[in-house]
Design a protein around this ligand. Structure first.
Ligand SMILES: Nc1ncnc2c1ncn2[C@@H]1O[C@H](COP(=O)(O)OP(=O)(O)OP(=O)(O)O)[C@@H](O)[C@H]1O
Ligand SMILES: [Mg+2]
Length: 240
């Protein structure tokens, strides 16, 4: 497996709470990783730390294809992202990562296609071109014909599929999803996770997903169990 993103020795504390107590994790190209564990065990903190949203107090996060600002990367072609400045980090998140959250967090006043186009526009793609590119994601996600609907006119499952399209629109290296099916019923959740894993893989991106649902986790190549900020065990790699 060719690694694209790695966390080494990750520690994160909030006051007297240790959310991450030294976590090592590697994410491969096209890998899909489910993070499971009890409430408060550190799953979201781990996802946010790998995604450059939360800064660790210890350890480092490494991304392939980045240059370190201050050195300290293990090899050519790798860069630390945990110590980047805020501007560079947010530019990197926009360009290389996609995000899907429990409640889609679509902008209610924008049509679905413009919600999907938004990350492209933030990257500097002109509006018309961005919307054109955004529309290409609708058919693969089973959203044909819903391009001009506003989020309030979509079902929960459709809204989550629009959120997946938005995450994939910039053709990211890694998609991060925190409880992407948490607000959906079982049948819808099954359909959404099936599309999330398959379309992400086809696009060539890796997936890091937090879920409480073992049926959802089963769609991933690997499952990581987190408990008290530590990794308890994981299923072996099933990717080549
Ligand atoms: N911003 C914060 N400030 C203070 N404490 C925090 C913060 N974020 C997380 N924590 C604490 O860190 C620990 C891990 O939280 P985290 O959100 O990572 O858990 P989780 O596994 O995602 O839980 P859940 O399944 O409920 O979403 C918890 O004890 C939580 O209260
Ligand atoms: Mg959480």
């Amino acid at each position: 497996m060719s690694t694209v993103l790695a966390g080494h020795g990750l520690v994160k504390k909030y006051g007297s709470t240790t959310a991450l107590a030294g976590v090592d994790v590697e994410v491969g190209e096209r890998d899909s990783l489910a993070i499971m564990g009890p409430s408060g065990s550190g799953k979201s903190t781990l996802l946010h730390t790998l995604a450059g949203i939360v800064r660790p107090d210890g350890g480092r996060v490494l991304l392939r294809g980045e240059r370190s600002e201050r050195g300290g990367a293990p090899a050519e072609g790798w860069g630390r992202i945990d110590d980047l400045g805020e501007n560079r980090l947010s530019a990197l998140r926009r360009a290389r990562f996609g995000f899907v959250f429990q409640f889609g967090q679509l902008l209610p006043e924008l049509p679905a296609e413009e919600n999907v186009a938004l990350p492209l526009m933030l990257e500097g793609t002109p509006r018309r071109k961005a919307v054109e590119r955004a529309r290409r994601w609708f058919a693969p996600l089973g959203l044909d014909g819903l391009e001009s609907r506003r989020p309030g006119q979509l079902s929960g499952g459709q809204a989550q599929r629009v959120a997946i399209a938005r995450a994939l629109a910039v053709e990211p290296d890694v998609v991060f999803a925190d409880e992407p099916t948490g607000a959906l019923d079982q049948a819808t959740s099954e359909e959404v996770v099936r599309l999330l894993t398959s379309v992400t893989r086809e696009q060539g991106a890796a997936l890091v997903m937090v879920t409480h649902d073992p049926d959802v986790a089963a769609h991933c190549d690997r499952v990581l169990q987190v408990r008290d900020g530590r990794i308890n065990g994981h299923t072996p790699y099933t990717v080549a």
